[in-house]
Design a protein around this ligand. Sequence first.
Ligand code: NDP
Length: 292
Amino acid sequence: MTARILDGKSIALTIRQEIALDVALLVQKTGVLPCLAAVLVGEDPASQVYVRNKEIACEKAGIQSQLFRMPASTTTAELLALIEQLNHDSKIHGILVQLPLPTQINERQVLDAVLPAKDVDAFAPENVGLISQGRPRFLPCTPHGVMQLLGRCQIETAGKEVVVVGRSDIVGKPLVSMFLQRSGPLGPSNANATVTCCHSQSQNLAEITRRADILVVAIGKAHFITADMVRPGAVVIDVGINRLGDRIVGDVDFESVSNIASAITPVPGGIGPLTIAMLLKNTLMAATALSR
Ligand code: NDP
């Protein structure tokens, strides 16, 4: 292996310490204690783990969290009623609806109902529009984690050829939008890329991915990106989280790609921890804005 390992876990820890200091300052100045409401519908084991991890992270940063559990049989109307209640609760600053929701629930309708000022996942159409115009209220957690990791590892994106594989509303599309902006979370060198986005209908995928100075993969297919799809010296960011037996692996074949890339994120310990750190940041930002 020759690639530098981009240690998302330790960067996330640094960010979480920064957030904890800012939370303490906010409490001291305004008396407002940031609070995240997490809504969990059903018994999906992975979702339960994700929500628990978010609760623990909140606690460590001095952010309050409240878990709202609903049964798997919940209807769209029942969930909308809870969202409405949380929207009006002045002690709640951020609302997180853990996905996926059971199939009988209209996910789009539920996500659209979250008050944009409390939409710490940045899924609401208003917040997506603001991101695309380069004046974000919140940045979506996983894409923001990718940008923070690159910036804090001194990997500039300005003028670079970036290829994003995956076009979901949660990861791929907002990431493309952020790479394209004139300035990023850490300034102009953390944006201003030339961006290509690929998906399941893209032709000659390997030809496109081999052009990338920075390759970001978010497709949900274990070990899909192999060394022959990567340009020697490229930076490879693996967003994927896939269960393979009792192991968690990424979308990138770490073993072969780490021999050809100049830098690579591990899975686990790459983008996952940063996603949680960015959720805390958004909750703090929401509480700060709502306390004014
Ligand atoms: P989605 O399933 O919503 O989207 C997957 C995307 O990958 C789609 O755009 C799809 O294309 C594309 N795709 C699928 N197969 C191929 C292929 N063979 N070639 C090219 N493109 C393909 O997934 P998410 O974006 O929500 O998540 C992606 C991965 O990232 C998952 O493993 C998920 O667990 C992980 N994840 C990790 C997070 C973290 O914190 N690290 C947070 C969020 C997600 P099309 O649109 O044409 O169907």
